[in-house]
Design a protein around this ligand. Structure first.
Ligand code: NAI
Length: 259
């Protein structure tokens, strides 16, 4: 069996009904993982679970608000009840608000921090105990290039993602002693629901300033981020922990003018 195989591993994915989480769920299912899909979108969960089950995957799903402690615990319990253990946690759910500091009210700020940063903290708190008990596991957090770079249009998002990156480093130090790996993937602009909602086709986006900030001259497909998540989740990444990995078409390497 290839070391990138996920056969027999049980994985929780938050934000699993759309974009990067959905692409990762499909890839993990293809690689043999048993999945606990978690999302705030209940209808979407049923639809994705049905799709993956029809292709032969072993799937359970649970509605979760990652900003809620109880909800995170229910998510971990759901996976433990179904599969007996949690090998992988892809803590991916996130929201984006574009409001400059001087226009950003405290409530908006707190909502973004609650989902994007507190959600990762609570996800680790709920999933890691089983991993620590068994002495193995892989946690992969979806951060962002906004966890590496500053930009002027999304301060709450940028702060939340920098926080998530710091938390990944701290968690890797704490959990590494117990054989649990923790890494962050930092996507650049990726063609997901956020961009689809804005009415832009992928061709429009690839002609935009965001794409021109990359070396490859285009935005990512969600699957291209999911590939990295699957790699970090797998035994092939057995010596990788505490890493902050850009998957950004070269955006952070060349330092072109941030938006
Ligand atoms: P998306 O909007 O397609 O998917 C986000 C998913 O998270 C949705 O299924 C949504 O229902 C779920 N979600 C939102 N709030 C939730 C909550 N409180 N509890 C549980 N689930 C919740 O967005 P996308 O792009 O797939 O985002 C996934 C992650 O990737 C996010 O953390 C985002 O910040 C990050 N990211 C996205 C980039 C992009 O350009 N699309 C770039 C860099 C990072």
């Amino acid at each position: 069996m290839s070391s990138t195989s996920l056969r027999g591993k049980s994985a929780i994915i938050t934000g699993a009904t759309s974009g990067i989480g959905l692409a990762t769920a499909r890839l993990m299912a293809e690689r043999g993982a048993k999945l606990c899909l978690a999302d705030i979108n209940e209808a979407g969960l049923q639809q994705v679970a049905d799709e993956l089950k029809s292709e032969g995957a072993e799937v359970v799903h649970c509605m979760v608000d990652v900003a809620s402690e109880d909800s995170n615990q229910q998510m971990a319990d759901c996976a433990l009840e179904a599969f007996g253990q949690i090998d992988i946690a892809h803590l991916n759910a996130g929201i984006l608000v574009t409001k400059p500091i001087l226009e950003c009210d405290l409530e908006t700020w707190q909502r973004v921090i609650n989902v994007n940063l507190n959600g990762v903290f609570l996800g680790i708190r709920s999933c890691a105990p089983d991993m620590v008990k068994r002495g193995s596991g892989s946690i992969v957090v979806t951060a962002s290039v906004s966890g590496i770079l500053g930009n002027k249009s999304m301060p709450s998002y940028t702060a939340s993602k920098h926080g998530a990156v710091g938390l990944v480093k701290a968690a890797s130090a704490e959990l590494g002693e117990s054989g649990v790996r923790v890494n962050a993937v930092c996507p650049g602009a990726t063609y997901t629901q956020m961009m689809i909602n804005s009415g832009l086709s992928i061709a429009d986006v690839n002609n935009s300033e965001v794409a021109q900030m990359t070396v490859l001259g285009r935005v990512a497909e969600p699957r291209e981020i999911g590939e990295m998540v699957c790699f970090l989740a797998s035994d092939a990444a057995s010596y990788m922990t505490g890493g902050i990995y850009p998957v950004d078409g070269g955006m952070t390497a060349v330092g072109r003018k941030p938006i």
